[in-house]
Each structure stands twice: as structure tokens, then as C-alpha cells.
Write a protein that binds this ligand. Sequence first.
Ligand SMILES: [Zn+2]
Length: 278
Amino acid sequence: MQNTCRRLSIWLTCCLLLSVSAQAAATSLDGPLIQGGLIIGTTTPGASVWQDDQPVRVSSEGKFLLGFDRDMPATSRLKIRQADGQIEQRILPIQQRQYAIQRIQLPNHKVAPMTPEAIRHTRRDRRLLIQARRRNDDRQDFIAGFIWPVTGPISGVYGSQRILNGQKKRPHYGVDVARPTGTPVVAPAAGIITVAEPDMFYSGGTLIIDHGHQLTSALLHLSELSVRVGDRVQQGQLIGRVGASGRATGPHLDWRIKLRQHQVDPQLLVPPMTGVTK
Ligand SMILES: [Zn+2]
């Protein structure tokens, strides 16, 4: 009897191990399950993936991206249909964050577009941004990871609630690095330049790099752009210079990352800066 029990328990353990390793081999997720987090998933080639019922691009190697925006609820649903029709569903627990409150004073003409010309300007900017973000390439320039586009004191963080001249505004989605005008800015990851505008109403000198799979970096308030739309850039390549253009209170780089409709936190993708003093 004892022997049978032992044999049964060994058999059960083996089964358990087998099923765990089979599942791990089918789909793995790399990255933090937290508001603002970005995950690189790997599944079997030919699988289809949905995040909260939205289809997610899966590369020919089975790579896919999940993003959790600032106000993501405490769970996100992941559904994977393997090529053989088998369906795997997971409820991902998303860690909830507390965000800082940031109060800013700006001259009124910089807060909102007041003149018809300024309104036209913001509409044109918005069209350019929407058009650029429609692109959905199979490139996986995000696979090599990200580096800081510029290093320096962090003067603004992801998610903070902004109170502009006493009024509650959209939260801040970028990480701000304070550096003097003219400081070189490099590409945080490889990609293709999809926006290179010297003078957007809110963001001034603006670059967008498309890293593939609808993952984009935006670099804002630049004083100089060193690349053009359509250029292919490598990680670490000079792409522009820090400035204070657009709605900025002083020279800094604002770096944002967007995956599909999710604004994610760039700071979660790079190691902490070392040797930088405030
Ligand atoms: Zn900013």
C-alpha cells in the first residue's frame, strides 16, 4: 500500500512538472505586472493573442507585447489561441500605483491654444501623431531593450497628476530629464522615425521613433532634430538636442512610450541612472 502511494505520488509529481513545463514552454511573460508596465511575451509561432479582448500582434517567432497604462484596473485578461486551437486564458494581477501631484504655473497663452492659428496648429499636430501611430510593423526593435536617451536629474515622473495654474489637467505620461539646451539626445532603442516636427504646439521639437508592434518612443521639447521622417536609427545614435520648445517651463527632455493605446512608464524599461547628482 505504502509503495503504491509513493508510486502514485511520484507519478502525480511528474505529471505536475510536465504540465507546468509544457505551459511555461507555450507562453512566457517577461516584465513587471504593474500599471505603466510593458511585457515582452513569447508563445509558440502561429498563436493568436488578445489582451482584454483587443488583438495583439504576434511575430513570426511568437513574440508579442502587452502594456498596462496608468489607470489599468487590478486585472488584465490574456487569451492565447495556439495554432492547434487550444485556448489558454490567464488573469494577470496588475499592481496598482500611487501617483504624485505636480503643481505648475505657466503664462496663459501657453496653457491652451487661444488664437485660431494656435487651434489650427494643435489640430495639425494631432493629425500627424494619429497618422504616425497607425503604423503596425512586424519589426522587433524593442527586443534589444532600452537605454536612457539622455541622463540627468529627473524633474518629472510618469503618471503624476498635473495642476496647471490651479486647474486639474491630463496626467504626465513621460519621464522628464533636466539638462541644458543643446545636450545630445540619443535613440533609446532602434527604430524608424515617423514624426520629426521642429515646432509642435505643446511638445515643441518632437520626434517619434517606431520600434515595431505599435510601440513608439516620443522625445519632446527638443531644440534641434538630427533625423528625418523615414530614417532608420540605431540604439544610441544622436537624434536631436535638449530644448525648452513648446509648453515647457525650462530645458528638459520628456520621453514617453506608447504601446497601442497604452501609455507605459519609460523608467520601468531602463536601469536607474548612476552617477547623476541633483
Ligand atoms: Zn514632461
